[in-house]
Ligand binder design. Structure first.
Ligand code: BGC
Length: 395
């Protein structure tokens, strides 16, 4: 079912009327339209609308939040997927800066994790197994010999419980999910909570929280694919990128880190000063060959545990700028190398090679098998917390 347009708005309004969570004084949800006037002083809105259903009949929902400057994000409780993120360009015109589909069908049929919430373990665990406290846990291999992004049915493919909220200057949704002991091979019942917040400062923040009842490993992230041109066209090679990292984790032929923390100095991985994504992507460098381009974890420069700038991306034509701050030690920069034009996404856009990029904040890939990497172990009584903020502006 096509859930956008007039009917979705009407359904959203009906759903809102049934849900006190959507109706807040000062918000203008019933008056919202799906196509905001680009430069008008927008009022904040929250809508909740049907988003199709799973083959077993489970009904899905879409939550759309708009802030005071018109920036708008839509997310579904299926996989916590961001289906749309409309951000102003330097003239105030909104454009959708994420790749994805208009309806649930595309996500169910074939999606390289477009916009999805990733768990229990973002990126790869080598040979689909790890040993914790002397016990070896076997996981499903879904990426050659490895486990990628939590397994065959990761957090990107589960239905999350969703509670929309609105507070002064921000609104969003709290997603919760209880992952049973042994799900996708991981030990422990994991209580996961992820809060998506859109602020009036054009920030989209992700707060991750988890607890367990048995020792386990956890590494949650968000897998939005961005193209800041905002019109779904063209590759991302002209985007100008800065990454706050002196080192990265080189990988083997299966994209598993070797364990080394290599200096970026003098390599195509040096984004400490701004460079286009495309300037060196086809250089004759063994790590670019291994990844088919950039598909690597960067070791963020940090002192202390707080939020640090991980990356900044500028799109010169539209003037859109995105900054990523995180509490995580690592950042996976993936340049959309596996996109090959076989996916037709929103508005019929063909997602050709390198038409989207991901900046996934995370602990390093394969940490459960790499004792020298920052630990991803979570034990009963401990709390896993992580925060990442994507901030949009123009230049
Ligand atoms: C990985 C890529 C993978 C992509 C989509 C990224 O996080 O690093 O290797 O192809 O996700 O699955």
């Amino acid at each position: 079912m096509h859930t956008r347009g007039f009917s979705a708005t009407v359904l959203g309004v009906l759903a809102c009327l049934l849900s006190s969570a959507c109706s807040k004084p000062g918000s203008n949800d019933t008056a919202s339209s799906d196509t905001p006037s680009p430069t008008a002083e927008a009022s904040t809105t929250m809508t909740r609308s049907p988003f199709g259903s799973l083959p077993d009949g489970t009904a899905l929902e879409l939550y759309t939040f708009r802030n005071a400057s018109g920036m708008e994000v839509s997310v579904t409780n299926y996989g916590g997927i961001i289906t749309s993120l409309k951000v102003p360009d330097r003239n105030g015109a909104l454009g959708d800066v994420t790749l994805g589909y208009e309806s649930i069908d595309g996500y169910l049929k074939s999606s390289p994790y477009f916009g999805a919430l990733i768990g229990r373990y973002g990126n790869r665990i080598g040979n689909a197994q790890f040993t914790l406290d002397g016990t070896t846990y076997k996981l499903p291999a879904n990426d050659g010999p490895n486990t990628l992004h939590g397994g065959v049915k990761g957090f990107d493919k589960v239905v999350w419980n969703a509670e929309p909220f609105e507070r002064e200057g921000e609104r969003g949704v709290v997603f919760t999910y209880t992952s049973p002991d042994g799900e996708e091979g991981f030990p422990g019942t994991l209580q996961a909570r992820v809060t998506y917040t859109l602020t009036d400062n054009n920030e989209l923040a992700f707060d991750y929280h988890a607890t367990t009842d048995k020792p386990t490993v956890v590494n949650l992230t968000q897998h939005a694919y961005f193209n800041l041109a905002g019109d779904g066209s063209g590759d991302i090679l002209g985007h100008e990128l800065t990454i706050n990292a002196d080192r990265y984790t080189p990988v083997d032929k299966n994209l598993i880190p070797t364990g080394e923390l290599a200096s970026v100095a003098g390599t195509p991985f040096d984004f400490r000063t701004k460079n286009t994504i495309g300037a060196r992507i086809n250089d004759d460098h063994p790590q670019l060959k291994a990844g088919g381009g950039y598909d690597h974890n960067f070791v963020l420069n940090r002192s202390g545990d707080g939020l640090v700038l991980a990356a900044r991306v500028e799109e010169p034509k539209t003037g859109r700028v995105m900054e990523v701050h995180t509490t995580e030690p690592g950042l996976q920069f993936y340049s959309g190398n596996f996109l090959d034009g076989s996916i037709i996404g929103k508005q019929g856009h063909v997602y050709a090679h390198r038409t989207g990029f991901c900046l996934e904040t995370q602990h390093f890939p394969d940490s459960p098998n790499k004792p020298s990497f920052p630990s991803t172990t979570l034990r009963p009584g401990e709390e896993y917390t992580s925060r990442t903020v994507y901030t949009f502006s123009t230049m």
